[in-house]
Design a protein around this ligand. Sequence first.
Ligand code: ADP
Length: 231
Amino acid sequence: MSLNIVMIGPPGAGKGTQAERLTRAYGIPKISTGEILREAVSAQTPLGLQVGETIAAGSLVSDDIMIRVAEERLARPDVAAGVILDGFPRTVVQARALDAMMEGRGPIIPIVIVVPEDEIARRLVQRRVCADCGATYGAFGPTGAPDAGRCARCGGMLVQRKDDDDQVIRQRLHVFEEITAPLVEFYRTRPTFASIDGRQPPARVTEDLRAAVEAGMAVARNDGRGKKGRA
Ligand code: ADP
């Protein structure tokens, strides 16, 4: 049975950082659709040229494109034992498509990281990313940006993400509330669903996430034996 985790949360909730930690804890790859798109934009591939303006405006790339991106990535053999999805699905249409892609692979564990809007806005204006390797540095807690303004991993320059400017942040939060929040309702009734308080220190969020993953796996194992009932 594969371990398939879907991380949901507003921009700046810490999905990327936490997905990275789960990758290490469970030895399964993380797929960040935002990273895939940003790489395509900087490499100026046909996909990148198609989506560059949309990302810069803080809007969502179309479901058709995103479903194709996810399908291609999920067809690669490294995700056979499972995957951590960061940033996909972001719409109910994408979530339905993901269900179809995951058919026969094992259940999805959807986890939402909840953070209030004022905290999100504060985090995003302070966030920096490495121009070379894409590593993210928040100005909060132990993941804070190194003083030298250089990436601790590769020494690259730390810069602000183009879509982390005030106005684009507001647009992305609006998109999250309008389009992505209904995803939570889509997944809420699943026995593997969990919701976590993302205002806690990152290490506590990781603990809660791991507990949610363990609980989700236990439920999935029981379902696999045909026990559908739940308290
Ligand atoms: P965030 O910090 O907003 O969670 P991401 O790195 O996940 O940022 O995504 C950056 C941008 O890439 C989004 O604002 C959107 O334009 C695009 N994008 C990423 N994933 C998706 C998706 N699943 N559906 C539509 N657009 C997406």
